[in-house]
Ligand binder design. Structure first.
Ligand SMILES: *[C@@H]1O[C@H](CO)[C@@H](O)[C@H](O)[C@H]1NC(C)=O
Ligand SMILES: *[C@@H]1O[C@H](CO)[C@@H](O)[C@H](O)[C@H]1NC(C)=O
Ligand SMILES: *[C@@H]1O[C@H](CO)[C@@H](O)[C@H](O)[C@H]1NC(C)=O
Length: 474
């Protein structure tokens, strides 16, 4: 018996080993079959939100079709990727449009902790065929201020680290990288011949015939005085009332994430020499709100702040706000913005007529801001049921209950959360729910009963008054 069991175990193990061998070898085989014939990378360092555009010409040099292309990232970059998209051109020349591909993380990791993502092609790439991939990824908090502390009148210098050679699991025949800096002032950059600099651009390459997983670390040290606006935490409360409006309240904890201010802040210097003093600070913020916004307020813990301007037009509303003091590196400001929107611009009936849905914009209305932690809380009207969310990217979600005036059962609140949010996340999302119109009568009924009770109380009081009066006279 024992021997038989052992034998069976052994055969299961050998089978598993055999399977893993087949799987392992097939995945490496496809990786070796693909080859990048030409790659171009453009890294935009003009703001504190880094955009990288990557064009890859991929050829299948093997014999079996391949359904995916692997994208590779060094471990140091992985936590800073806010967004990763891949698309392929469809159609010929003038009619060319881009269709986006599904991109998902892929395990196991590559050598030296390289992280992989797999872009699934629309149709498998047959042997001998070529496909062009357009990849966009956005990195946040990847510019390191150096020096880490600067005085009020100094410019801010930052380091950007990357590889001169594009990290890839495939052999790359030809490649070039262009890095665009925020200003002409470039203190230093690593040379990996050929390397050239002209104006705002540093060019790495062209490099020929780089084997898979080639990596060549570089550092670019340059001036970047753009506002490093980081919202450490943003809570947006969206309350739907079927009585005609949507009330929005946004709580910001904002920080300047650049080089810290060395020494004391001099308001006199700041106001008398605005062009040099505080170049790396910011004092104005621009929030883009939907058109037809009304009842706008802006306040902090002290009270209303009057220094805000609202410009309205048909497409959007722009709210320009100014905190009580300019923000320097390491400084924070907390404030609240509130506004009201017409219901008919955002609430619709689903095509089958059974549900209603809110169509609202995700992300942060503040221009050029990175949000570390975003929560959107949509409070549905009382009596709403079965909420479901449709969003263009994965968001964490859960339900809560809240009570406001005249609520009996409480309102269902759909909470959506996402970390590392950039302006590219400002796209529409929908919250669908079932609603029973009978619930619209609940609040008026409560009001009516309160009023009735009030009148009854008045009558009782008057009545009592009279009776006391009568007693006295008798
Ligand atoms: C891993 O990193 C080490 C040290 O940086 C380097 O020498 C080695 O070539 C790398 N291995 C691969 C496969 O990239
Ligand atoms: C703040 O402004 C809002 C709207 O302009 C106004 O309704 C409110 O009374 C103000 N509050 C204070 C404390 O001034
Ligand atoms: C949501 O609104 C956007 C415009 O803001 C529109 O393009 C989109 O089609 C709407 N989505 C739905 C499902 O109604």
């Amino acid at each position: 018996m024992a021997i038989e069991l052992k034998l069976r175990n052994a055969s299961i193990f050998s089978l598993l080993f055999f399977l893993s061998f087949i799987l392992g070898s097939s995945s490496t085989a496809t990786q070796h079959d693909l080859r990048i014939t030409y790659a171009e990378r453009r890294i935009d360092l003009t703001s504190h939100i880094i955009k990288v555009f990557l064009t890859l010409q991929v050829e299948n040099k093997g014999t079996t079709p391949s359904s995916e292309v692997i994208l590779a990232f060094p471990p140091a970059q992985i936590d800073h990727i806010a967004l990763l998209k891949a698309a392929v051109p469809v159609g010929k020349k003038k009619r060319k449009t881009y269709t986006s591909l599904d991109v998902s993380p892929k395990l196991p990791d590559g050598p030296n902790g390289t992280k992989y993502f797999s872009a699934t092609l629309l149709s498998p790439l047959k042997a001998g065929e070529t496909v062009t991939l357009e990849v966009l990824y956005i990195l946040t908090q990847s510019l390191e201020p150096f020096p880490t502390e600067i005085s009020q009148s100094e410019s801010q210098l930052v380091y950007y680290r990357d590889s001169a050679i594009i990290l890839s699991p495939y052999h790359i025949d030809q490649q070039t990288t262009f890095i665009r800096t925020a200003s002409n002032r470039v203190e230093s950059f690593t040379h990996v011949e050929p390397t050239n600099r002209a104006g705002l651009e540093v060019k790495y390459g062209p490099y020929a015939d780089q084997p898979p997983h080639s990596f060549s670390p570089i550092i670019v040290h340059f001036e970047n005085n753009n506002p490093f606006v980081v919202v450490e935490e943003l809570v947006r409360e969206v309350e739907i009332s079927h009585w005609g409006s949507i009330q929005v309240r946004e709580q910001y904890t904002l920080a300047h994430a650049g080089a810290r201010l060395k020494g004391a802040f001099s308001r006199v210097d700041y106001q008398s020499k605005p062009s040099v003093s505080g170049v790396a600070s910011f004092k104005q913020l621009l929030a883009t709100l939907p058109p037809r916004v009304n009842s706008v307020y802006y306040r902090d813990e002290i009270g209303n702040i009057s220094t805000s301007r609202l410009r309205l037009n048909l497409k959007k509303s722009e709210l320009e706000i100014e905190p009580r003091y300019p923000l320097f590196g390491g400084w924070r400001a907390t404030f609240v913005i509130g506004y009201r929107l017409p219901l008919e611009d955002f609430l619709y009936e689903s095509t089958d007529g059974k549900q209603r849905y809110l169509n609202f914009t995700f992300g942060c209305p503040m221009a050029e801001a990175v949000v570390n932690k975003l929560a959107i809380k949509v409070a549905l009207p009382e009596g709403s049921k079965n909420p479901t969310v449709s969003a263009p990217f994965t968001v964490e979600q859960h339900l809560e209950t809240t009570y406001s005036y005249l609520d009996v059962l409480g309102r269902t609140v759909v909470v959506l959360e996402k970390k590392n949010v950039v302006p590219e996340h400002n796209s529409p999302f929908q919250v669908y729910y079932n609603f029973n119109p009978a619930f619209m009568l609940v609040e008026p009924l409560i009001l009516v009963s309160i009023l009735t009770l009030f009148f009854l109380a008045c009558i009782a009081y008057l009545h009592g008054d009279i009776s006391i009066h009568k007693q006295k006279t008798s």
